[in-house]
Design a protein around this ligand. Structure first.
Ligand code: ZN
Length: 292
């Protein structure tokens, strides 16, 4: 029941209601969960809203409703959940959705597939998905769920309507803002010799993927803000660190640093050797070339 989240996720709720009222529903959604604890229930409520007429018009809970019951038990033929099979979501799983939705078409009713952990798409499955998104057949709606929007390829991301859940706990836990500033300072001032400094500053965090995921995401926001300030457009003020970044970089340097950040976030999922990946990141970030 989406109504339950009116206060807990006001932004998401308002946007959904707004797009329904204006009949501006998308065919692909990227939902950035930020590890919001109730994400599954919230996404399911959204899916019910898309698939069940009663939900759609009243957003009330319909316990009597057969469709909602089938969705709850994952036995509704117009609804498919895709989850990683082992390490990855495989190409066959995407093709399977395509095949099933080809044959079970009811009277142009919407059909929904929910890709859990979309960061686990590998090269092949991401390509198949991209093709599927490019050539939508019938009334098919894709929901991609991911902790952090940058974990999905830009080509896929750009085809999706993006929604973000708020997770206050995550914000509290991770916004050790001073540490973040310290990392940026070291990267900017020590350049590629930061390889020697960062492990000492970060100790155990240095090998923690979730930690870097958050740091890289925050860094993207800060570097984008610095770039906006240089271009004299409205920017979020993160304090002195913006000035430090501006004093050390040209706009094109910031753009290439942003590219390094984007690709490193994507590689976080593929790479098992954190030390090597971070060394590579530091070298590339400081403007050096790096061979795989
Ligand atoms: Zn229902």
């Amino acid at each position: 029941m989406l109504e339950v989240y009116k206060d807990k996720q006001p932004l998401f709720y308002e946007e959904i209601i707004h797009s329904i009222q204006n009949q501006k529903m998308s065919h692909a959604y990227l939902i950035e969960t930020n590890n919001y604890p109730e994400k599954d229930d919230l996404i399911l409520s959204f899916i019910k809203m898309l698939l069940c007429e009663k939900h759609f018009f009243s957003s009330q809970n319909c316990e009597e409703c057969n469709i909602c019951h089938l969705i709850d038990t994952n036995t509704f033929s117009d609804f498919i959940i895709v989850e990683p099979d082992g390490m990855w979501i495989k190409k066959e799983q995407i093709l399977d959705v395509k095949e099933k939705f080809k044959t079970t078409s009811l009277q142009n009713n919407p059909r929904v597939y929910w890709i859990k952990q979309a960061d686990k798409l590998n090269k092949q499955s991401a390509n198949s998905l991209l093709k599927f998104l490019e050539e939508p057949e019938g009334n098919i709606i894709a929901i991609l769920e991911v902790v952090n929007r940058y974990q999905v390829l830009e080509t896929i991301r750009s085809r999706c309507q993006i929604y973000s859940f708020i997770n206050h706990e995550l914000q509290r836990e991770f916004l050790d803002f001073e540490l973040l500033i310290k990392i940026i300072q070291v990267l900017e001032e020590k350049e590629n010799t930061a390889i020697a400094y960062l492990p000492i500053i970060l100790e155990n965090d240095y090998r923690n993927k979730d930690f870097w995921n958050t740091i890289f995401t925050e860094m993207i926001d800060i570097y984008e803000a610095a770039m906006r300030k240089m271009e004299n457009v409205v920017y979020t003020d993160y304090g002195d660190i913006i000035q430090i970044i501006i004093s050390k970089n040209t706009i094109s340097k910031i753009i290439s640093k942003l590219h390094v950040l984007f690709s490193t976030i994507q590689n976080l999922n593929y790479n098992l050797n954190m030390n090597m990946m971070l060394d590579q990141f530091i070298i590339e970030f400081s403007g050096g070339e790096c061979n795989e």
